[in-house]
Design a protein around this ligand. Structure first.
Ligand code: ADP
Length: 164
């Protein structure tokens, strides 16, 4: 059985993430979505909320599980723990490559962990969690870019995280 990990902070999850994870689930028997607690900035949504939103979003898809990636845990160690042989990453464009490629090389040197890059779908390549939050905080409509589980929380949160 081949398992892969899709890591990220998912603060919040948007349709670019959803599409990459669904495609990873077509390629691997099992996909573990690793929701990172290790943020440089204070997240808008708590780790528990981010895990809940991811769980609701993928409840329909067999073979996708959601796990927290605790602070201080190396991704390579996490992958060993869950028995994953690869990490799957989405590339939004050429600008994502330098950082992602060096991280992939480091991970392969550490534990032979492979990284599979999937190119982002054109419908979602402009999406980032930061942009979704920013547009929402200014009153823009972001519903078409985020899963239903996130829409509800974002509405409930109002303009939480708004820095103006
Ligand atoms: P970070 O861990 O830098 O906060 P995110 O949680 O936003 O990153 O995203 C996690 C992963 O999801 C990224 O490393 C990337 O592989 C993928 N990703 C992010 N945005 C998109 C997008 N718009 N389209 C496809 N994949 C994406």
């Amino acid at each position: 059985m081949q398992s892969a990990v899709c890591p990220g902070s998912f603060d919040p999850m948007h349709n670019g993430h959803v599409e990459i994870i669904a495609r990873a689930a077509n390629l691997f028997d099992e996909v573990v979505v690793a929701v990172s607690a290790n943020m440089h900035k204070t997240p808008m949504f708590s780790l528990e909320e981010r895990i809940e939103m991811a769980g609701e979003t993928f409840s329909y898809l067999r073979g996708v599980t959601i796990r927290p990636l605790r602070p201080g845990v190396l991704l390579t160690d996490f992958c060993k723990e869950v028995g994953a042989s690869a990490v799957v990453k989405g590339l939004r464009g050429a600008h994502d490559l330098p950082y992602e490629a060096s991280m992939a090389t480091m991970n392969r040197h550490l534990t032979s962990l492979e990284t599979v890059f999937l190119s982002a779908d054109g419908r979602y390549s402009h999406l980032s969690s930061t942009l979704v939050k920013e547009v929402h905080s200014l009153g823009g409509e972001v519903a078409e870019f985020i899963p239903r589980a996130v829409q509800k929380r974002l509405t409930d949160a109002g303009y939480r995280g708004h820095t103006r």
